[in-house]
Each structure stands twice: as structure tokens, then as C-alpha cells.
Design a protein around this ligand. Structure first.
Ligand code: GLA
Length: 386
């Protein structure tokens, strides 16, 4: 079940840890990417929506340069750091996310002194649902307001991305932070990752008798290492050989020629990006003309492309997708960076029990650990909640 984020309980936990009330409480959601995977750092298109699971932070400014941070994660207790000596060595573990954001803002010249901060999140970690971006965006929203910096949402997206890239060390794009900061209730965010121009696309699943189930495979992924960076490097190589600024500039009609210029593996990586960008555009068009019941095939084609061309799926994700499709899903795909994490299935609401039961049974039958399965619908983006 979704544990909803309570501003009152976050305030209470802050007060009991630090002995005074916070200046405010901010929340920012995790996301599901409906379609458009690994296209963000290729300056292409994505279509995520925020989910009703979020990170909440309570913050109170101090008059010295000390930061005290506490989270409901684990039992690490209060972490105390001197902001004037903040370095990559002192931004470790979960504190890399909030401190990374503060570090980036200070690098940009935003005046931030000491503070007390309490963090609680209902976004599952390692599930491919952007638990890290949720923290970054909640913290960025809090300090944007408390410092009076008044940065725009698109600027805060880049703050979160820099924290992720430069402090956490994951070479990710702007998908997750954009979803968390720009989303609104009932809509997906259609984002052009080259220009940061975005449009809100209505996504009323219930009106069409549909819902989206998330199947969290519990297979963990780590974007700071391995596969994600390797895929990004392949895309950069492909763009360089093809003589374009980014793979966004390669059209489907150019693929035949590209095949002759690239090695077989790089060609498959490029083909995924080029076809995925087109699927995002097609999904937005079909949502507008026919509604969500008609986008299933695009979702499933996206999964096949990630499985076969980009090679970022895994047996658990494939099983979740195949089982959902065999039991009434209109479309299904892995979502997020890949190598584990979650799949999504677009299903008729009436098929929910059948799909859930079938996926649980298939996982048990394959000797995989039980997944976590829950419905999501487009939720609001980052905001102050107290
Ligand atoms: C992760 C990254 C995003 C994006 C996706 C894949 O979520 O953080 O920037 O690249 O993977 O679409």
C-alpha cells in the first residue's frame, strides 16, 4: 500500500530530533517514465509522470555554518557537517543527495548558511522510480525558497542533475528531476531534453477504465557504476561517428546509412535511441487523438527495443512484461535506467487482480523473489506542504 507523506509527522520528527519547529516542509515525488528511455542525455524526448510517492524534507535555517541532517533511512542518527569545509569526502551515503544540492547551489553563488534538515521518503529506493531525484528536488525546492534565490523549475532541474552527476557520481540526464519538478496531477510531462521545453499532456487513466501497475522486481541497479555509463558512452560514440551533436539529430531514415558506418553493437544502441524518440512523439500524438487505451503497442515496442537493441533489461523485467501482456495488459515495458528496477503495465482496471496474481505466480515459478506490485497514477510535482 502507498504510505502517503504526512507533513505533520515530518514536522513532528524534525522537532523531536532538533528541539524546534522547522521553517517549512517541502515534498517532491518519484516518477514513472511512460516512454522515452535513455533519450534524455541524447537530447531527445521523454514522457514521464510523477507518482504519489514522494520525499519530504523539513528544514530550518541556522545562524552558524553547521548542517545537521537526519533521515528516516536506516539508523545512522544525526550527521553533522561544517558547510565551510564541505567536500566530496564529507558528502557520503544518503547525505550526498541533500548536501550535493546545497553544494551545487553554493557553487552557483546562492547564499546558504547552516541548517537542520529531516528527510523522510515513501519512494522505494533502487526501484527505478527516482528516489534520489525526489530527495534532490525536495531539497532544491526548500533552499530555493528559504534562500530567496527564486530559481525557475528548469534551473532547479539542472541543480538536481549536477548534484547527481558531480556529487553522487551518476552520469544521468534530466528526466527524473524534470518529472519531479514539472509534473502536475493528472498529467504526464512531454519534455524536449535539448531545449527543456515541456508540455503537460493529460493522462486520465481512470476515465478510460485503465490503470498502470508498477512491478518492482527488487533487482537493484546502481547507476553510478557499470551499464548506464557504458550505454551513455556508446551513444556518444555513435553521435561522434555519425557527425551529429547528439543522437536526437539522427532520423529514422538515416538508420540504413548509419548501419554501414557503425560497429554492430553501437548501431543497435543508436537504433534504440532513434526509434525511441519517435515512439515518444507517436505516444503523445496517439494520446491526443485516441487516448491511453491506444498506446499499448508503443509501450511494448519500447520494451523490445530496450531488451534487444539497448540490452538493459533483465530476466525479471522481461518476465514481468511478458506475463502482464499474456494476462490482459494493453502494453508493458521496463521503466527507468534498466538493469533491474521496475516494469510498468497498462491494464484495464478490471484485469488488476488477474495480472497481479499471474505476475506473482510467474516470479515464484521461476525462483525469483516476490516483486512488489502497486498501481500508480499521475500525481503533483514538487511543492511546499507545510
Ligand atoms: C535514469 C536516469 C535518467 C534517464 C533514465 C533512462 O533514470 O537518471 O536521466 O537517463 O535512467 O531513461
Amino acid at each position: 500500500m502507498t504510505e502517503s507523506l504526512s507533513a505533520a509527522s515530518i514536522s513532528a520528527a524534525f522537532e523531536s530530533a532538533f528541539g524546534h519547529a522547522p521553517d517549512g516542509v517541502w515534498s517532491a515525488p518519484g516518477r514513472v517514465n511512460l516512454i522515452g528511455e535513455h533519450t534524455d542525455y541524447n537530447e531527445g524526448f521523454v514522457l514521464p509522470f510523477a507518482i504519489d510517492r514522494a520525499a519530504g524534507v523539513a528544514v530550518r535555517l541556522r545562524t552558524d555554518s553547521t548542517a545537521r541532517l537526519l533521515s528516516s533511512y536506516g539508523n545512522q542518527g544525526v550527521v553533522t557537517v561544517d558547510l565551510d569545509t564541505l567536500s566530496h569526502d564529507t558528502m557520503t551515503g544518503w547525505t550526498a543527495y541533500p548536501l550535493g544540492v546545497v553544494w551545487v547551489l553554493r557553487q552557483m553563488g546562492v547564499k546558504i548558511g547552516g541548517f537542520d534538515l529531516y528527510l523522510h521518503s515513501t519512494v522505494p529506493t533502487g526501484a527505478g522510480l527516482s528516489s534520489s531525484a525526489a530527495i534532490e528536488c525536495a531539497v532544491a525546492s526548500a533552499f530555493n525558497e528559504l534562500s530567496g534565490a527564486a530559481l525557475s523549475a528548469n534551473e532547479l532541474v539542472l541543480v538536481g542533475q549536477r548534484a547527481e552527476n558531480e556529487v553522487v557520481g551518476a552520469p544521468t540526464g534530466i528526466l527524473d528531476q524534470s518529472a519531479s519538478l514539472l509534473a502536475t496531477d493528472g498529467h504526464a510531462v512531454f519534455l524536449d531534453c535539448r531545449t527543456q521545453e515541456s508540455t503537460l499532456v493529460p493522462l486520465d487513466l481512470a476515465a478510460s477504465g485503465l490503470l498502470i501497475l508498477v512491478v518492482d522486481t527488487k533487482v537493484s541497479h546502481a547507476h553510478a557504476t557499470g551499464g548506464y555509463a557504458a550505454r551513455r558512452a556508446s551513444c556518444e560514440l555513435g553521435a561522434e561517428v555519425l557527425g551529429v551533436a547528439a543522437l536526437r539529430d539522427v532520423a529514422a531514415a538515416d538508420l540504413a546509412e548509419a548501419a554501414g558506418l557503425l560497429d554492430a553493437e553501437t548501431y543497435r544502441r543508436v537504433r534504440h535511441i532513434v526509434t525511441e524518440d519517435q515512439r515518444v512523439l507517436d505516444t503523445v500524438a496517439v494520446l491526443g487523438s485516441e487516448g491511453p487505451a491506444a498506446i499499448g503497442e508503443l509501450l511494448t515496442a519500447s520494451h523490445a527495443s530496450m531488451r534487444d537493441d539497448f540490452e538493459i533489461s533483465c530476466p525479471e523485467l522481461d518476465l514481468a512484461v511478458d506475463t502482464a501482456l499474456a494476462n490482459g495488459a494493453l502494453g508493458a515495458r521496463m521503466t527507468g535506467g534498466g538493469f533491474g528496477g521496475s516494469a510498468i503495465a497498462l491494464i484495464p482496471a478490471a484485469a488488476e487482480t488477474a495480472v497481479r496474481d499471474a505476475v506473482m505466480a510467474a516470479f515464484a515459478g521461476s525462483g525469483f523473489s516476490a516483486p512488489d506490485i502497486f498501481a500508480v497514477s499521475p500525481a503533483p510535482g514538487a511543492r511546499r506542504i507545510a
